[in-house]
Design a binder for this molecule. Structure first.
Ligand code: UD1
Length: 419
């Protein structure tokens, strides 16, 4: 069923909002459960559509999955299937993470090419060439990737460029492999660190996560655990950018400077008051901010591509001209057209967006084209004068849990209706 958000913008937001657990940490961690034969319990699983889709794949593989509120129990004892078909992978790009886990566990896997957000071609050549360098035979035919890892050996992998997914997938493939595997030029994202923390809690021996060299010493078996995943830095960043524009003593529980340094650096220079403590951040807007000058997206610890659309929403209302360069994905400016409908002044040339701040945005009918673009449109709608309709809410539901209810509790006029 298609749904949309109806937003009447212009309200101040105050009160408390709690950031959910990280989607991008949960997805590889759920894939990592494949490596274990026992029961794994998660204590804080948000009801994101992407998490539900990953659980559907685990069920397809033979896992028993039970959810009671935020508690998610997986019984990994009965895994038998190693094939994931198109109707599953099409819904979730992160399904590709399962390749590493399946190869680690069964030494073979068949997976359809992954789908996901419409933000670029998103190839998987880095994953494939890394597996090949450890001895995996890979045949790509009829839209499927057939992998045979009978001759897979621990060894060295040098990633040609930084890939979060490839790093995570290779870590999973090596955990049960005899000997030491070293991954060079690994992604340093906090979600990679969280995955390794989880696998280590199950008995893996992984060192160096958070640096660009990760060492994995193979172990024979992983055991079941109880685990809670850290808060989602992209959701925290979304709320922070909204708070910097519309917040009045808005408390964001779970927002941490340590994982969002570049965003905090930007907000430190903006017209907002930020107070941090152990629980999170309290933020208030104090007028109109100056333009951002130049911001570019790059792998962690630099500014994340997953906050670029939300940052652009912020820039549309700043004083002066901001320049935003998107380096990670070649097609991640779909939201520009939608912001323009709302009165924003944005010019795109290749991977650069030049955003000339306007005094006001106006409500319009806009369409989410991917998850974070959708979040950016919600921010823009909450700031705009008049009514905004955000269509394609299913994209937003992939990584935000009932966002409209949470913002409504802060004083926003936003509701979900059938489209
Ligand atoms: C993950 C995140 C996604 C985020 C992205 C970059 C999850 C579930 N998703 O996606 O939200 O936007 O990191 O921070 O964690 N690339 C190749 N070949 C490959 C793999 C990647 O060319 O085999 C390119 C991609 O097209 C992109 C860049 O490398 O330009 C980085 O992609 P990657 O880090 O792999 O992103 P994901 O893991 O898919």
């Amino acid at each position: 069923m298609k749904e949309k958000f109806l937003i009447n913008g212009g309200r101040q937001l105050s009160g408390e909002i709690v950031v959910e657990a990280s989607k991008n940490a949960y997805l590889p961690i759920l894939a990592g459960c494949v490596l274990c034969d026992e029961k794994v319990t998660f204590l804080n699983a948000p009801e994101f559509l992407d998490i539900e889709n990953m659980c559907a794949i685990l069920k397809l593989l033979g896992a028993r999955v039970r959810r009671v509120g935020a508690i998610l129990e997986l019984d990994m004892g009965g895994l038998k299937n190693q094939k994931i078909s198109f109707e599953y992978t099409n819904k979730l790009r992160a399904s590709i993470f399962l390749l590493g886990a399946l190869l680690g566990k069964f030494r073979q896997a068949v997976i359809s090419y992954p789908g996901g957000c419409n933000i670029g071609t998103r190839p998987i050549d880095i994953h494939i060439s890394a597996f090949k360098s450890l001895g995996v035979k890979v045949v790509e035919r009829h839209g499927y990737i057939f992998c045979n890892a009978q001759n897979m050996r621990a060894g060295k992998v040098v990633f040609p460029s930084v890939s979060v997914g490839a790093t995570e997938s290779l870590v999973m493939s090596a955990v049960l492999l005899k000997g030491k595997t070293t991954l060079y030029n690994s992604a340093r994202e906090p979600e990679v660190v969280e995955l390794c923390k989880f696998l280590n809690a199950m008995g893996a021996k992984i060192y160096g996560a958070g640096t660009d060299v990760i060492e994995i010493y193979g172990v024979k078996k992983l055991r079941g655990v109880e685990f809670s995943v850290q808060s989602d830095r992209i959701i925290a960043g979304t709320h922070l950018l909204l708070g910097a524009l519309a917040g009045k003593n808005l408390k964001i529980v779970g927002a941490k400077r340590a994982e969002n340094e570049r965003l905090f650096d930007i907000l430190d220079g903006c017209a907002c008051d930020i107070f941090e403590d152990d629980e999170g951040v309290v933020i208030s807007a104090v007028g109109r901010s100056d333009a951002l000058k130049f911001v570019e997206t790059l792998p962690y610890p630099n500014f994340p591509t997953d906050l670029q659309p939300q940052l652009m929403a912020f820039a549309t209302l700043a004083k002066g001209t901001s320049v935003i360069r998107e380096n990670l994905f070649e097609n991640r400016f779909n939201h520009v057209m939608e912001y323009t409908k709302m009165g924003a002044d944005i010019l795109v040339k290749d991977r650069i967006a030049i955003v000339r701040g306007v005094e006001k945005l106006f409500g319009a009918d806009v369409f989410a084209t991917d998850l974070r673009a959708g979040a950016g449109l919600v921010i823009a709608g909450l700031l705009a004068e008049g009514y905004t309709t955000v269509h394609n809410v299913e994209f937003i539901d992939r990584g935000y849990e009932r966002l409209e209810e949470k913002y409504a509790k802060l004083g926003a006029d936003i509701k979900r209706v059938k489209d």
